[in-house]
Design a protein around this ligand. Sequence first.
Ligand code: UDP
Length: 223
Amino acid sequence: MRQLRAEIGAVARADGSAVFEMGNTKVIAAVYGPREVQNKSQLSNDQALVRCEYTMANFSTGDRKRKPKGDRRSTEISLVIRQTMEACILTNLMPRSQIDIYVQVLQADGGTRSACINAATLALADAGIPMRDLVTSCSAGYLNSTPLLDLNYLEDSAGGPDVTVGFLPKLDKVTLLQMDAKLPVDIVENVMQLAIEGCKAIATYIREVLLENTKQLEYRRGP
Ligand code: UDP
């Protein structure tokens, strides 16, 4: 697993925000809401509407990056992150409202969708949005007959298969599973288990960060 670093409250105007780093991959998440639904035709009387936008900053990659926004890859990743976060937010507690999650890649070195899910979890917790668990994400791959955890760009682009998992650690449930390329069936289990171990380690780290943040808030508030 690459080195993890997180920082809560990076965007002052947002209701919740966080920066999350996995090695050289660095992303920022900002959450607004629950707030009034902008497009009334999307309003639901039973649950909150969750929206998500994934973008890559123009400077986030070398000259490999083509379009910063609106391409098929960004649309797919926005959808995947939205579905993952929606599965852990208690949307039924906030009917007739909207939650907006913006995630932007500042520095890309593989595993940006995982880093964005981890940043979004922290930002949602910072915004005080009720969740059933802290969803975390990590990828794992298979290269030269060796399972690899948390691939960087070089490992990812070597052509081997890679699996991205979203995991609810307290409920012990997988909520996201994406796979690039084919993997023999007997190895899938191994690689997936490795990614789940990664998710568990990230969950431990995220809990520590949240606890430390709460302590700081308490300290600043005084006795
Ligand atoms: N990448 C890039 N330019 C792009 C898209 C991706 O340089 O337009 C790099 C970036 O480092 C990214 C990696 O390719 O992290 C792998 O991209 P993938 O689509 O597998 O998603 P990710 O692993 O970031 O979730």
